[in-house]
Structures are given as C-alpha cells and as structure tokens.
Design a protein around this ligand. Structure first.
Ligand SMILES: Nc1ncnc2c1ncn2[C@@H]1O[C@H](COP(=O)(O)OP(=O)(O)OP(=O)(O)O)[C@@H](O)[C@H]1O
Length: 305
C-alpha cells in the first residue's frame, strides 16, 4: 500500500447478470480524503458498484484497487481497513448497542485490548452512549440507523462506503444522519456514498459522479456540474401541453436542453439565447438559477422523486 494510491481506483469495470450489463465499463477514481457522491437513478448500477468494492461480487472485466490493494484478490485485507454501511439494516436485534459494536470490533480485527475503547468511541459517534445496554429491538428508527453507521466505523477506517444511507427515512432522521456523515468528512475519512437523493449529494459530497446505465456520465463538484450542463440561468414556461411540446422542439432546435416538470418546460442555459430566439420562445413565467437536479434529469433522462 502506498499513500500515493487513490482510496478507490476503478478502470473499465464490467458486471453482467445474464443479459443485463449492470456496470458497463465504469471508470471511477476517488482520491484520499474526499466525500464522493455516487448519484444515479434506480437501476443505474450504484449498488452493483458497491458490491464490487466490498468484494461481495466479482467483476467480469476491469481493474479495481482499494487503498492500493487489488480486488478481489486482497478483499480480506481491504475489508479490515474500510468500513461498509449497507443499505439494509442488518443489526442483530437481540443484542445490545454495545454488543453489536463489540461483535464488529472483533470481526474488523480490532486488537483485543483496544476493543472496549473502540466500542465507546463508536457509541459516541452514534450518540448512543446512554443506550449502551439497550437492545436494538428497543431503539427508534433513527437510533438504529446511527448505530448501523457507527458499526461501520468501529475500527476507525480511512475509507467508508455508504450505500444509500438515508433511503426511505423521514426528513428529521435524514438530517441527523447528514450531521453524522458530514463529521466523517471533517475527520478526513474518505467516503463513497451512493444515493439517489440529489439534496443529499449536494449537501454532503465534495464531488459527485453521476451514473447512468452502468457508467459515469459526468463528474465534478456540484457547482462545476451545474455550470457545465445547466449553465447560468434556467427559464421556465408554464403552458398547455401542446405549447410545451412546441417549446421543447424549439429549444432543441437551438441546441438547448429542456426539462419537463408537470405543467412546465424549463430551458437550460437560457443565458445563451439571443434576443430573436427569446422572442420565438416567448416570455418565461420564471427565471431561476439552475440546480443539480436539472443536471441529473437532463443527463439521466429520469425524473426526480
Ligand atoms: N443479482 C442480480 N441479478 C440480476 N440483475 C441484477 C442483479 N443485481 C442488479 N441487477 C440489475 O442490474 C442493474 C443495476 O442494478 P443496481 O441495483 O446496481 O442499480 P442501482 O443504481 O443501485 O439502483 P437502486 O437504487 O434501485 O439500487 C439493474 O437493471 C438491476 O435489475
């Protein structure tokens, strides 16, 4: 292992399930110390990518190195060095908070004499110190999620994989988890976080990689992605559906991307329109700043939940 190696290096990874190519020539490099948001719609291949990185799945082609070590050849060593927080809550219901963490401290090969301190530290991260002796079955949903994250951190890993950490949770619990995840970043832990919540990526990630059909289709800071793919201004037109279709085709003819949201069409990069082109499109109802959501929709062709 060398300090110069990126935390995650993926080149040309392919994973097929029968006819389906879930990961299709994926290139992704995550440098040390950043939080990278792996953003994409359902089915884009995020979970499959995570499984390749944890060694749960083996790529059909390509090269994967984690912390400088080749996968899956050295997946055992890699697993001891990184933390994995799964999408599904698989905590042991019958064990206490402390014992759930102690089991993982053991699995992650924390030295015997250091385990108690590691468990205490993880309980602190999850803000569950006063619940040390409580069984998991008695915890609230938010507490369980915090414990699930802390469990992946019990051995103080340099690299953490978070697979859809707040999927299906209510907004308050999501906020709590966001604070916990942003503290990881402050501590310099490299984090790869898959999500299909744009706001989550926007708030937590230093950089985002946008995945679609098994590939990264765009990569950069949220600001860079917005500037490159959505420009400086979006103009939004509300109109009957026939007029919306006409506006879409006009904008397309001018080389501009559009986004349909219910009763409106948004024209991206509208700052590029000439006076004459503006007159053809007619006055918009709204002018607004572009968002990462606009980029997501335009590049993946998907709508947002
Ligand atoms: N074990 C499997 N067997 C067959 N097909 C699979 C398997 N796992 C994933 N796929 C398919 O591979 C594609 C990518 O799935 P994947 O779960 O990686 O996407 P995702 O971006 O994580 O989406 P989600 O957010 O829904 O989990 C999908 O078409 C999915 O149906």
């Amino acid at each position: 292992m060398t300090n110069l190696a990126p935390a995650i290096f993926i080149r040309g990874a392919v994973k097929r399930y029968g006819e389906i190519t879930a990961v299709d020539g994926l290139d992704l490099v995550v440098p040390d110390g950043i939080c990278l948001g792996l953003l994409g719609p359902n089915g884009a291949g995020k979970s499959t990518t995570m499984r390749l990185l944890t060694g749960q799945s083996r790529a059909d082609a390509g090269e994967i190195r984690m912390l400088g070590l080749p996968m899956p050849a050295q997946s055992k060593q890699v697993r001891a060095l990184m933390g994995v927080v799964p999408q599904m809550d698989n905590l042991d219901e019958d064990l206490t908070v402390r014992d759930n963490l102690a089991v993982f401290a053991h699995l992650y090969r924390v030295a015997k004499g250091e385990r108690e301190a590691a468990v205490r530290r993880a309980m602190g991260i999850a803000q569950l110190t006063d619940r040390a002796g409580t069984r998991v079955s008695k915890l609230s949903g938010g507490m369980r999620r915090r414990l699930l994250i802390a469990r992946g951190l019990v051995h103080s890993p340099r690299l953490v994989l978070l697979d859809e950490p707040t999927v299906g949770l209510d907004p308050q619990i999501r906020q709590e988890l966001w604070s916990l995840i942003s503290r990881l970043r402050e501590d310099g832990v490299t984090t790869l976080m898959s999500t299909h919540y744009i706001e989550e990526a926007e708030r937590l990630a230093d950089e985002c990689a946008l995945m679609s059909h098994g590939k990264v289709v765009a990569r950069g800071t949220p600001g860079e992605l917005i500037k490159e793919h959505a420009g400086e201004e979006v103009q939004e037109h509300f109109a009957p559906s026939e007029r919306l279709a006409e506006l879409e085709s006009l904008a397309k003819g001018l080389g501009l991307s559009t986004r349909r949201t219910g009763p409106s069409v948004s024209v991206l990069k509208s700052e590029q329109l000439t006076e004459e082109q503006r007159a053809r499109l007619g006055p918009p109802n709204v002018r607004r700043a572009p968002t990462l959501e606009d980029v997501f929709v335009v590049l993946t062709g998907e709508t947002v939940e």
